[in-house]
Design a protein around this ligand. Structure first.
Ligand SMILES: Nc1ncnc2c1ncn2[C@@H]1O[C@H](COP(=O)(O)OP(=O)(O)OP(=O)(O)O)[C@@H](O)[C@H]1O
Length: 308
């Protein structure tokens, strides 16, 4: 499959802040890739580099084999930034027409609006839209010029469950027709629902780049849940939560944890061990990353008690 977007050893600094640190990533034609990471991980910076809004401090970025700053190349991408300002007085259909007019091959306005559940709002002024409706319009605009690839930065922020699903359907249908997508999200179910491939970013670096399942497996984190009083210090615990009278321990080594728990003689009941959600896995990866930066090799035992 052809590589549509490529970053090679890309570093981007803002003054003293290293937003991206030697990131190498290829997005191939037809992929739907989820970029996952906590606040400040570098996700928006990476999108801004791919779409030519920023330049790397070092390393190279390519879009369709050329420069992302070339307007002819950028014609083939659609972008929804994290925040958009749409003119309040224009009507929804007028905005779509205005944006579409910049592209040689455009999607018909009613078709685009229908795809994102905005068909009934074509004549509404933007000033009269709800926050969620505005967001859906901002996302729809990324698809107006029949792009080959879209970059969506947190597309479903502020959307309720139904609006989110409508938007997912719009993104899915683009992908099913052969479109390539890179989207960022804090909603882990969104990545799981849409993406085949997940790239986990933390502190400007790629921490994992694989299928959702593989990312879970790489981390191998399990959730041990039980009813108990005060617990002793246990090995491999990445996080502890207390809810509904139960204690939940996120751990890399559930077998050892249970053995140590029994050895300690602490009374407990209702033991359950289950795989973690992607969110738990992701928090574990990023917490390990933070910890490994903050600890020296002699201090690695403290890593085991890091809370997420
Ligand atoms: N224009 C800028 N000037 C200075 N620092 C910046 C600028 N843009 C981003 N940064 C910094 O670069 C780092 C990465 O930011 P970025 O917005 O790419 O992260 P993100 O993963 O998109 O975060 P979020 O999920 O909060 O949107 C952060 O430390 C941020 O403060």
């Amino acid at each position: 499959m052809a590589v549509l977007a490529r970053s090679a050893e890309v570093t981007r600094r803002y003054g003293d802040v290293v937003a991206l640190d030697r990131v190498s990533l290829d997005i191939r034609a037809g992929e739907l890739v989820g970029l996952l990471g906590p606040n400040g991980a570098g996700k928006s910076t990476l999108i801004n580099l791919f779409v030519g809004l920023r330049r790397p401090t070092s390393g190279t970025v390519e879009l369709f084999g050329g420069s992302p700053r070339d307007p002819l190349i950028r014609r083939h991408v659609g972008v929804t930034p994290q925040e958009t300002g749409l003119p309040e007085v224009l009507r929804v259909a007028e905005i779509v027409d205005f944006v579409s007019a910049h592209f040689p091959d455009r999607v018909a306005t009613p078709e685009l609006l229908d795809r994102f559940g905005l068909g009934d709002l074509a004549k509404r002024q933007v000033g009269g839209l709800s926050g969620g409706q505005r967001r859906r319009l901002a996302v729809a605009l990324a698809f107006a010029g029949r792009p080959k690839m879209v970059f969506l930065d947190e597309p479903t922020t502020g959307l309720d469950v139904e609006a989110r699903r409508t938007l997912w359907d719009g993104v899915r249908s683009f992908h099913e027709e052969g479109g390539t997508v890179l989207l960022t999200s804090h909603y882990l179910e969104e990545i799981e629902a849409l993406a085949q491939r997940v790239v986990v970013v933390g502190h400007g670096r790629v921490l994992a780049d694989d299928t959702v399942q593989a990312v879970r497996d790489v981390v191998g984190v399990r959730r041990v849940s039980l009813v108990a009083g005060t617990l002793p210090e246990l090995p491999g615990v990445l996080g502890v939560e207390h809810a509904d009278g139960r204690t939940h321990l996120v751990t890399t080594d559930p077998d050892r944890l249970v053995v140590e728990l029994v050895r300690s003689g602490t009374p407990f009941s209702g033991l359950e061990i289950r795989p973690t959600t992607l969110e738990e896995a992701f928090l574990a990866i990023t917490s390990q990353e933070t910890t490994s930066k903050e600890t020296t090799s002699e201090e690695t035992t403290s890593k085991e008690s890091t809370h997420v």
